[in-house]
Design a protein around this ligand. Structure first.
Ligand SMILES: Cc1cc2nc3c(=O)[nH]c(=O)nc-3n(C[C@H](O)[C@H](O)[C@H](O)COP(=O)(O)O)c2cc1C
Length: 248
């Protein structure tokens, strides 16, 4: 009797346990399915319309480095929208170490043109093989390049604070913001350029009075292109993508 009692208690326990597990599993599985469905719906909502997706991808594809501009001004609200897009870029630890120095003063830009030429020629003259250079022809092509590079109505120096908490990542943070800025500008019909060569960091910091603890990521124009350049050769996707492993 006692054994029977024990056995039936055990059986009842097992059945109850199984029932509880079943109910719990059904609830969990149901919740899982609901979650999956909700996540799917959210993804669709977040993805926006097919047209938006196509437009974003096309804007990314059509962004070009533009090296000559029309003088057409960029309205303030568009400039601010472009800068606003930059600040949504990801950053290490969300540190957002940026400063965006905006320059629209034509006189200052003209002075920069002269300075940039001198900085460049100085670099050429002090390079080890300077004797082989035809300085006059280099001067003339640099002058021409600078004429185009500094023809836009607006410039942004993308800066990052090297004293930010995750200082070793500030260059990535800066480059990502610059990319956002360039894509946003393209969406609004403007060209940009990640300019570095003619605008060396140390000299630019002195020229614009930029505090020492900032690093210059790039100096980009924003403006209506003289003409949109052809897309330069881009590597095929298959050359760049590796699925799962480099090992065969
Ligand atoms: C780190 C970096 C430095 C660059 N420096 C210059 C530069 O000094 N002058 C310039 O005209 N373009 C510069 N570029 C722009 C590239 O030349 C340009 O992105 C490349 O030729 C591809 O053209 P696309 O931007 O139209 O696709 C730079 C780009 C990067 C990412």
């Amino acid at each position: 009797m006692t054994r029977l009692n024990t056995l039936s208690t055990l059986l009842a326990g097992l059945v109850l346990g199984a029932l509880i597990s079943l109910v719990a599993w059904t609830a969990f599985a149901g919740r899982g399915a609901r979650m999956t469905r909700r996540a799917g719906e959210e993804r669709q909502e977040a993805a926006g319309s097919q047209e938006t997706a196509v437009a974003v991808l096309e804007t990314i594809r059509q962004r070009r480095t533009v090296r000559s501009y029309q003088a057409t001004p960029v309205p303030d609200e568009e400039l601010l929208a472009i800068l606003d897009a930059a600040r949504y870029a990801p950053t290490a630890g969300n540190q957002q170490p940026w400063r965006f120095l905006v320059i629209r003063d034509r006189d200052k830009l003209e002075r920069l043109k002269g300075q940039a030429l001198e900085w460049y020629l100085e670099r050429v003259r002090s390079s080890p093989n300077s004797a082989q250079h035809d300085i006059e022809s280099i001067r003339s092509s640099a002058e021409q390049a600078l004429e185009g590079a500094l023809s836009a109505p607006v410039y942004v120096a993308v800066l990052v604070d090297t004293e930010a908490p995750h200082s070793r990542y500030v260059v990535y943070d800066g480059a990502l913001a610059a990319a956002n800025l360039m894509i946003a500008a393209r969406a609004l019909g403007y060209g940009t350029g990640f300019f570095t060569t003619f605008f060396p960091e140390e000299q630019m910091k002195v020229f614009f009075g930029i505090p020492d603890h900032y690093a210059l990521i790039c100096f980009t124009p924003i403006g209506v292109p003289e003409e949109w350049p052809e897309m330069p050769a881009k590597k095929e996707l298959a050359e760049l993508v590796v699925f799962e492993s480099f090992e065969e």
